[in-house]
Design a binder for this molecule. Structure first.
Ligand code: DX5
Ligand code: ZN
Length: 211
């Protein structure tokens, strides 16, 4: 069954605890936590303090997506805040291998996120230490953008590379009931969705993404 990770970015922050419990009740498998620093991406979201508060009200694993410069400065803080998976962008750190190792040393799962313009070469020498690959099907920074269909080929190419390896293939950006089936058909195991899930009946929306 496809893993569904609702992006909290699209939740109503004035009632965040209710929103988290509602998606948990509605069948979400994880919570996607979008961290934006206003440098690596144009937008700002929130940091480790709010992440820690989110952790305190849910049993769902936290799937933390760091869209920040020099993520190595912040790994420890997100581990302490309760992250279960930490995903970083290769071009946000000078030492991708070292930063992934640091995530693993803390007992967290490590992910690599690929921008729409990134190719797959960067995966070759780190594939042995990652647990998740996040294909960005929009340019990161904002929720509610349109899915970029040229990322479907990337999803199927990655599927071939990871084959039977124990690595989750996740897709993030513009996921809805129209785009999800194409992602799944091309080999995605996991879908991140923000605006689609948080704009209606959560259980119905999550079920539709798994169809
Ligand atoms: C984009 C974020 C996404 C975003 C997805 O920078 O990484 O996780 O919240 O939002 P939707 O599903 O609305 O495209
Ligand atoms: Zn994200």
């Amino acid at each position: 069954m496809t893993i569904i990770s609702p992006s909290i970015l699209a939740a109503n922050f004035l009632k965040l605890e209710e929103e988290i419990k509602a998606v948990e009740q509605a069948g979400a498998n994880m919570l996607h936590i979008d961290i934006m620093d206003g440098h690596y991406v144009p937008n700002l979201s929130f940091g480790p303090n709010i992440t820690k508060q989110i952790k305190s009200v849910t049993k769902l694993p936290l799937d933390v997506h760091l869209m920040i410069e020099k993520p190595e400065r912040w790994i420890k803080h997100y581990v302490e805040a309760g992250a279960d998976i930490i995903t970083i962008h290769p071009n946000s750190t000078k030492h991708l291998d070292r930063t992934l190792s640091e995530i693993k040393q803390h007992g967290c799962k490590a992910g690599v996120a690929l921008l729409p313009s990134d190719n797959l070469d960067i995966l070759e020498y780190v594939i042995g230490k990652i647990d998740l690959i996040l294909v960005m099907s929009v340019n990161p920074g904002f929720g509610g953008q349109k899915f970029l269909p040229n990322q479907l080929k990337k999803i199927s190419n990655i599927r071939q590379i990871i084959d039977t390896k124990d690595i989750i293939l996740s897709v993030d950006g513009g996921i809805n009931d129209q785009t999800a089936p194409n992602c799944i058909a091309n080999g995605a195991d996991m879908l991140v969705a923000g605006s689609y899930i948080f704009s209606g009946d959560y259980a119905e929306k999550i079920a539709k993404l798994r169809l």
